[in-house]
Design a protein around this ligand. Sequence first.
Ligand code: UD1
Length: 421
Amino acid sequence: MDSIVVTGGAELSGEIPIAGAKNTCLKLMCAALLSEEPLTLTNVPRLSDVETLTTLLESLGTEVASVQGGNSLMLSAADITNMTAHYDIVRKLRASFNVLGPMMGRCGEAIVSLPGGCAIGARKVDLHLTSLEAMGAKIDLEEGYVHASAPTGLKGTEIEFPFVSVGATENTLCAAVLAKGTTVLKNVAREPDTVALAHCLIAMGADIEGAGTSEMVIRGVDALHGTTHRVISDRIELGTYMIAPAIAGGSVELIGGTRDLVAALADKLEEAGVEITETDKGLKVNRANGRVKSVDVTTAPFPGFPTDLQAQMMALMCTADGVANLEETIFENRFMHAPELIRMGADIDVHGGTAKVTGVEQLRGAPVMATDLRASVSLILAGLAAEGETVVSRVYHLDRGYERLEAKLQGVGAKVERVAA
Ligand code: UD1
């Protein structure tokens, strides 16, 4: 298995291009199942998660053609020939559970494997299922699979989510666009990924009001048509690379980044003493000299501080001047990176959902192990600031969500190398 070796101490300078958003792209790919006509996506990130979902969609009968060297995908679901999303794929990629809503909308039938456990928490899918039931679907769980059916089609209704779920909002939205009548969804996710999905569905002929607010009204239509849609910039990749110069020192321009995608992070970085400027091409992040100041962070649904940037922010706080309390409110077990950071000399005390991070003057390189996608990149970031070499193993986690990570960091002067085992 490959490792990534980071030699700390280099100041960063230059530009990093931000790729299309993984989480947006995956949901848009699932939405292709809603139409007989092709959906073309541009600005598609080259990630193993995209390849995994491609395999799943192909197994359902979708033709997926890669154009422009993989930067665009044309997905054509003229016929859905197989109703089963198999465990082998769904367990590798939880987002593949989001074929359920589109298949129910289009076919009124789907058999989708339950995703199973996950390193960061239980990650239940009960809200996905109860909302489909509220729309008239019959749901049975058999041998680890969800068997969903609505032989006479789904019916619009009012659904209030008890808490915000990105995946459940998106699955229900996709089911509702082809349901009979009007669906009102309350307490929905306002994540840019969810809004982008709604905009793509509207371009395909769906009737959706309220995307980006906490209530969406969806009037069912008979069919959706094809369209071409550009995937928005990846706000988590953007946020990760904003933290890179903050932790390593230097100045980096993030091409294609916009402040609205990462406002909660940008505010916190400024509070910590990092300079952020909007430019014609993106966002410039500069940490001129000295350590950043500690800042407290609580994760929350958008527009709050993203849970997907908590690990990276923790790495930064490990080197900050002062004490930071990081509170994780979205996932119950998302501090797996803390013991690894402690191996690098960090001072972190985890109590329940809060990590108290007392900044140290210098982290030291160490062999560390990646546990999930965002945890692994936090170790790379910590390595940029550490004295000596940090060797991050299990980097397949990184390849799921960061396109050309080493090349992008090398491009701004970081000493980062992939070593084949
Ligand atoms: C999505 C993102 C993920 C991000 C998360 C929160 C994708 C592919 N993934 O994940 O990167 O960290 O949003 O911003 O878009 N829950 C339930 N029952 C449900 C659904 C969710 O209890 O039916 C819980 C989850 O266990 C979690 C919380 O609700 O504790 C939020 O999860 P959710 O917003 O659904 O996250 P995902 O869509 O899985």
